[in-house]
Structures are given as structure tokens and as C-alpha cells.
Write a new protein. Structure first.
Length: 433
């Protein structure tokens, strides 16, 4: 029966993807399916509801953080923080170093904002525009944007995925970030080298547009507008509470909107709720977005997905699969077992959040050290999801910049990170033996 339930859930996800329905409908159908399974196992409707709610309670704190993230993504646009960083960065780029620069710029913005989708929809679009103007390959550009967007999505203190991992593994996010930088250092350097070699060998015949002039029509591009980003980085380094860090950044961006950008207070509150909307149509395609409402979808996905965990734990739906994964970890390495599980979970889940939740559920007994297990999730489920062509994790960012699906093949950092970790885990196991 367990096998039939899982196969049915997979079929629902695939059907929803093919038809083009919102993924939330498939997740709700999955909740009904797992509830029916619990009923068949002898649990009452009330007991099943308690199971689901217990799963949601594990991530209740992260839901408040999602609201703060929505506020930051809107206010950093309205205050001119993102436009200033992007315009200054683009002025330092030449066609020969465009590809590594695009990768690094997306890494920077995604680390500051903590959102892969938001990064692709802003600086990713800008990179795609520059790429087109200089006659550069859209496939290579798409790969650099995708890899850079998920670099920060993985290790930013305001990333929803990083917060989710720290919450479900009960670990400290700042400690996790420190370790993520350590495991990601070598793949990052190799990615930059590969991008430089490919980019410098590509012939371009255009010029990079002056974004400072374009953004200057709508924003006051003074150095003071980067204060929200600086405060975020400094306070994160000091390891203050994530909500306090984001709160200080939000307040500073709010004040800059009033006193520097001369924005009406009512417009700022509307921006916080609905997201930033530029007056200039040439800018709107690059900067529009953010806001509390933009986080409703991911909030719904996290709530529904987390409700599964409570049902799985009590009913033992995944127990047989967990035993098989534990055996695989014993015969190979724990990291390889987690990686393979995340690949299968990602293919079935079609989104990053559910991939993380499923992988954690299936592999949480393979590694007793919570800190190590948290980094394994970050170095598998988080970066594997965007490499699956039919997953929204990769499809949405590529679609937002108009890049083809083949760009996934050139998102080097997302491949190199698991490869380096596999080699490290094998060497470590041999040394331990």
C-alpha cells in the first residue's frame, strides 16, 4: 500500500506539471491522499489533523521570516539598493569578462536578497539584456545566472531554503553558512575559472549599456542607498538573530525611501505589500517584484509540505524507504546516499521546498550529527532542484530571463559542488577505515 500511495502522489505531481496547473493543487491532493492512507492505517480524522498540524508547527517561525523577506525584496528595490549595486557592477564589466562577472554578480545579489527567483527576475534579466546587446551566448548566460542565483539561495542569511534547512534540522543558520562557505569555496573558484575561459574565447561585437544612466532616471544613486545591504552583512557577521538583522535592514531601507528617494509613505506601504513597481517601462522589466504577497505561494508550499512530515512520522509511510537508504549509506557514503535521495525527491517533487522536506524525512537517520546533516542537505537538495529540467526551481529563473533549458548544462557551480563533496566523502571514509 505504501508503494501505491507514493506512486499515486508522483503521478499527481507529474500530471499537474504536464497540464500546467499550479503546484499547490498537487500538494493539496497529496495531503488528501496521505490523510486517506492514515485513515486506512487506523488513525481517525482528528488524529490525522493533529499529525499535519504538528508538521506545520516545526516551521512556524520561518513563516514570519518569509514576511520579512518579502518586505526586504520590495524595499531594496524602492530604496535604490539593488539598482545602485547593479549599475556600479555593470560599469566595471567588459565583454571579455562578461560571463564570470555575470556569475559573480548574481552570486552577490542572491546572497544579499536570499532569493533565486528574485535574483533571476532582476539582475538576471539585466545580464540577459547585456548579453543580447553584446551578442553573447544566451545559453552560457543562462547557466551563469542560474548558478549564481542558487549560490546565494543556498547560503544567504535571508534565504528561505537556508532558513528551512536550519529549522527542520534544528541547527544554527549562521554556523551552517560558515560551513557552506567552506564546502562551496573550491567549486566557486573552479566555476569562475571555467566561466573566464569560456567567456574570453567567445567573440562579441557589442557594447555594454550604461545602466547608471537608465536607473538614474528613477533613483537617486547615492552611496548611502547601499546602507541596508551593508547593515545586513555586518549584523549577519555578528550573528544576531535573523529577524533582527532583517528588521534593521528594512527600517533603514524605509528611511532611505522617504529621505533620499522622496517616496510618499503610502506608496512605500503599498510597495511593501504588493512589491515594487517602476514608473519607467524600461526599468519595470528589470526591477519590478518583491513584497509580502510575493511570498504567499512559497508560504503555502512550505505549510502543505511540512504537514506531510507529521503524517509520515506517525504512520511510518516512508520507513521501508528509509531502511533502504540507510543500507545504501553503509555500503557507500552518507553524502552519496543523501545526494541520490535528493535527486529522486527532486524529480518527483518538482520544486525545491518539497525536495528539501522529502530528503530530510528520508535521510535524517543516516547522519546523527545535525550540523553535518544540515550541510549535506544544503549541498544536495538545495542545488540539485534547479538542475531538474521539469522542476520550477530551474524552469522559472530560466524562463524569466528568456534562456533555453540547455542552460542547465552550463550551471557549473551546481554540478561541481556535489562532485567535490562526493570525492571528499570517499576520501574521508577511506581515511576513517
Amino acid at each position: 500500500m505504501e508503494f501505491a500511495v507514493i506512486i499515486t502522489f508522483c503521478a499527481i505531481l507529474v500530471a499537474c506539471l504536464i497540464i500546467g496547473f499550479n503546484l499547490i493543487y498537487a500538494l493539496l491532493a497529496g495531503l488528501v491522499l496521505f490523510s486517506v492512507y492514515a485513515f486506512c492505517k487506523g488513525f481517525s480524522l482528528r488524529e490525522t489533523a493533529k499529525m499535519a498540524f504538528s508538521g506545520i508547527k516545526t516551521v512556524k517561525n520561518i513563516l514570519i521570516t518569509f514576511i520579512l523577506i518579502g518586505m526586504i525584496t520590495a524595499l531594496w528595490r524602492a530604496s535604490g539598493t539593488i539598482p545602485y549595486i547593479v549599475s556600479i557592477s555593470s560599469s566595471l564589466i567588459s565583454p571579455k569578462v562578461f560571463l564570470p562577472a555575470a556569475f559573480i554578480l548574481n552570486c552577490l545579489i542572491s546572497f544579499l536578497t536570499g532569493t533565486a527567483f528574485g535574483t533571476a527576475a532582476t539582475v538576471g534579466v539585466i545580464c540577459a539584456t547585456i548579453s543580447s546587446s553584446i551578442g553573447f551566448s544566451p545559453v552560457l548566460t543562462g547557466g551563469a545566472v542560474l548558478a549564481g542565483a542558487y549560490f546565494g539561495d543556498r547560503c544567504s542569511p535571508v534565504s528561505t531554503s537556508a532558513l528551512l534547512v536550519s529549522t527542520i534540522t534544528k541547527t544554527n543558520i549562521f554556523s551552517n553558512i560558515k560551513k557552506m562557505f567552506a564546502t562551496g569555496a573550491v567549486p566557486f573558484v573552479i566555476s569562475c575559472v571555467i566561466c573566464f575561459i569560456l567567456g574570453s574565447s567567445y567573440n562579441t561585437d557589442g557594447e555594454i549599456p550604461d545602466l547608471e544612466v537608465l536607473f538614474g532616471k528613477e533613483f537617486v544613486l547615492s552611496p548611502v542607498v547601499i546602507v541596508p545591504a551593508v547593515l545586513l552583512l555586518v549584523l549577519a557577521i555578528l550573528k544576531l538573530n535573523v529577524r533582527i538583522v532583517m528588521g534593521v535592514s528594512i527600517v533603514s531601507a524605509f528611511l532611505i525611501c522617504i529621505f533620499v528617494q522622496k517616496t510618499d509613505v503610502s506608496e512605500i506601504f503599498l510597495c511593501i505589500l504588493k512589491g515594487y513597481s517602476a514608473k519607467d517601462p524600461n526599468i519595470s522589466s528589470m526591477l519590478n517584484g518583491g513584497g509580502i504577497l510575493s511570498m504567499l505561494r512559497v508560504t503555502a508550499i512550505v505549510c502543505i509540505s511540512s504537514s506531510y512530515s507529521g503524517i509520515f512520522n506517525k504512520t511510518g509511510l516512508l520507513d521501508k524507504a528509509k531502511k533502504g537508504i540507510a543500507m545504501l549509506a553503509g555500503k557507500t557514503t552518507v553524502y552519496l546516499a543523501v545526494l541520490l535521495t535528493s535527486i529522486v525527491s527532486g524529480c518527483l517533487a518538482c520544486n525545491q521546498t518539497l525536495t528539501i522536506m522529502l530528503t530530510e524525512q528520508l535521510c535524517n537517520e543516516t547522519e546523527k550529527n545535525k550540523e553535518k546533516f544540515a550541510i549535506m542537505l544544503e549541498d544536495t537538495a538545495v542545488v540539485i532542484s534547479p538542475l531538474i529540467p521539469w522542476s520550477i526551481a530551474g524552469a522559472v529563473p530560466l524562463a524569466s530571463i528568456g534562456a533555453p533549458t540547455e542552460s542547465i548544462l552550463f550551471a557549473f557551480f551546481l554540478y561541481l559542488l556535489p562532485i567535490v563533496r562526493i570525492l571528499h566523502s570517499i576520501v574521508f571514509k577511506k581515511k576513517t577505515k
